[in-house]
Design a protein around this ligand. Structure first.
Ligand code: URA
Length: 189
């Protein structure tokens, strides 16, 4: 078994926080284990919890549409969440739950070793870019993390469903992401 599958198997039995008692499925992640581009969401909702796969509800449909604008699909990238189990009633994950879960994503990143990380929404951007990240001002900008990876944030697809006026800006951000992929990545396109 490869390293990512080994990690998934370990993660499926996780009992590091109370969310293990209410979950239907651990939502580990989906996509290409050799992906050069990793998308990071916040955490599973109801549909994701039922299916065990990230972004399968309405926001997921929009994410697929966003990917197709830049000629990508789930087989070319990898998608994971900061928190692997659904907080009941879709409440925000507690700090203790986020802290208990962080090591799974850290190990996923280590194995996949992407060149570009795309944060979906403010919460992931605050964790992976900077704690005072302002999504309305800094979406679409590229930052470099301590491992030399390019990191950027897009508006979360759920936010784009709530406020479609943000979609033109997101189109521009996606085009910037496409250019970054073309300049940094060897086999995504
Ligand atoms: N929102 C997220 O952040 N992640 C999912 O998997 C689904 C919705």
């Amino acid at each position: 078994m490869d390293k990512l599958e080994q990690l998934r198997t370990e993660c499926l039995g996780c009992q590091k926080c109370g969310l293990c008692e209410t979950r239907n499925h651990v939502v580990f992640g989906v996509g290409n284990p050799d992906a050069e581009v990793l998308f990071i969401g916040e955490g599973p909702g109801e549909q994701e919890d039922l299916k065990g796969e990230p972004f399968v509800g309405r926001a997921g449909k929009l994410l697929d549409d966003m990917l197709s604008i830049i000629y990508l699909d789930r087989s070319r990238i990898y998608i994971a969440n900061m928190v692997k189990c659904r907080p009941p009633g879709n409440r925000d994950p507690l700090n203790t739950e986020q802290a208990a879960c962080a090591d799974w994503l850290r190990r996923q990143i280590e194995i996949i070793n992407p060149k570009i990380i795309v944060c979906l929404g403010r919460i992931a951007a605050m964790a992976f870019i900077k704690p005072d990240f302002k999504i309305t001002k800094e979406h679409g900008q590229f930052f470099t993390d301590e491992a030399g990876r390019s990191v950027m944030a897009l508006y979360h697809p759920a936010a784009l469903l709530r406020d479609p006026r943000r979609r033109p800006e997101t189109f521009e951000d996606l085009k910037r992401l496409e250019a970054e992929i073309r300049s940094r990545c060897a086999h995504t396109y």
